[in-house]
Ligand binder design. Sequence first.
Ligand code: ATP
Ligand code: MG
Length: 612
Amino acid sequence: MKQSKMLIHTLREVPRDAEVISQQLMMRAGMIQKLAAGIYDYLPLAFRSIRKFEQIVREELAKDGCQELLMPTVQPSELWQESGRWSFYGKELLRFKDRKDAAFCLGPTHEEVITDIVRRNVSSYKQLPMNLFQIQTKFRDEIRPRFGLMRGREFIMKDAYSFDVDDAAADKSYWAMFNAYTRIFARLGVKFRHVEADSGAIGGSFTHEFHVLAGSGEDAILSCDACDYASNLEKTEAPRIPAVDHGPAMALKPAHFKTPGITAMADQARAFKDAEHDGLPLHQTSKVYWMDADIVVGKDADGHVTRRLAVAVVLRGDHEMNLVKVKNSLGAVDLQPMADAEDFTGALSGFLGPVPREGTRLWDLGRTDPEGLVYLVDKALEGASNLTCGANETDGHHFGFDPARDLPGARFLDLRLAQEGDLCPRCGKGHYQAFRGIEVGQVFKLGTKYSKSMNCNYLDEHGKENPMVMGCYGIGIGRTVAAAIEQNFDADGIIWPWPIAPYQVHLLDLDPGNAMVREVAERMERELEAAGFEVLHDDREGLSPGAKFKDADLLGFPLRAMVGSRGLKEGLVELRDRRTKEVVKFKPEDVVAQVTAARDRMMGELAIQGGR
Ligand code: ATP
Ligand code: MG
């Protein structure tokens, strides 16, 4: 392919709104451009990488007998009402009406449509297991689309769905897909790892995420340095730690410590002084997060009826709340910090506490609807007493707080964020190490959530009807390609891993005006292509070699072949490795052998580093 004819417009400057490196480099390399927030054009270079990654995905899924189909992007609301998600799925679901006033949405995922397809076409146990996938454009009206292809509103996803006769068979499908993902990301040549994860809005019984490891990743991962446990921080189990003994329990002493204007926990701990105390350890302090939680309490014609609860989440002063754990422990469909917490408790933020004070809305709610008030206390405070807590009175803190005694109906649960260095609760030997990752894929065991609500049943060998047991499996195609760049770049540009490079060889004609140079370059292009290599031939006239080198570095194909009049005088051309910058000189007729050897070396290195 001649570069002079290709749609590539490189930029010298970093586009102003490009926040992360993959986005900057893909925009500068003329691979993508923004059409609207979170919506990008995939220009030819990007599309080549995307197609290559899709091909890897297709090949690996085919090995497990997964069949490809294509479902519509536009989905009727009726299906979503059947599954119950029309009212559950938040604003990310873009809903609209057609000219006949019928409601539709743009598919953010396809559980409903695939379940409908299978219930209409599969009825016997003899047809199961069934595993179907598509590679298709999804739309999620993300609140803050960002980072280019990493968090778009419109993006390409591979989504697969498995249908089985029972749990054991569904587990087999799950692990087959898990293994296929491992092969897919290893073939890509990126460093990745799988982690246990939260099942989120899709629901389901268990799930793993696959992360490409990169400092810019949005997800925090903790993994044990002694056993196999690795998990998304959202889900990571915090080790059980016994409550610290702070002496015989005392009565609650309201507003005992005066702490004017002091809100930071560490400052408070120092400020807790009285006749017996000269400052307190942080682990003797507590803090509360007042939250609004929406819980489903019934069903009506429009979907679900929810009830709003006021939730106090109480933690040790030196621990942080894990929102996902709190949300899951309540089974809440929505959980938000209480916007009017100051009004509710009667104190300014920094002095909020869990214990109601007379004359406040918190006190009123506790008396009129104690069930509307929920106390969740982190396990690390089980059995603790003599703690401090906010007094719900500006500039004051209580002392002698005992959560089990002072909070009616308090439940003690694991609610905190685990931390790097925590003892691993799984093996009890190792400690957590922290990583950052980009979630590129996820496998879910769904169970019968959709098959039951949508009547996707099969007849077993005794003629009895049973719901199918499902799994669903996603890979973000564009996000993965971007994540590969996040792991493979330098100051000059992208360094493509061979398997998804838009082209493998960038052939630079450094002297297009010279007939001999042009002839040799043309011949090398033909020979490489005949040998099956993908070549972009920079035949552009009127550009200095330096300008061509800069572009080639930015585009970052694994190999750069260079033909110039100076080298040809000695009968030599050059091949440069984008990653190591090593250059070899050889006769033009050896180009296929040289490129083949370089490819084999690079693929060998990928095989070693692939995986973790
Ligand atoms: P996230 O937590 O990052 O929002 P998710 O868990 O909601 O993602 P899934 O429903 O698991 O996403 O979708 C499967 C895959 O699709 C993800 O693993 C990710 O690679 C990709 N993906 C999800 N949302 C986006 C997006 N907004 N832009 C690009 N890719 C996405
Ligand atoms: Mg996910």
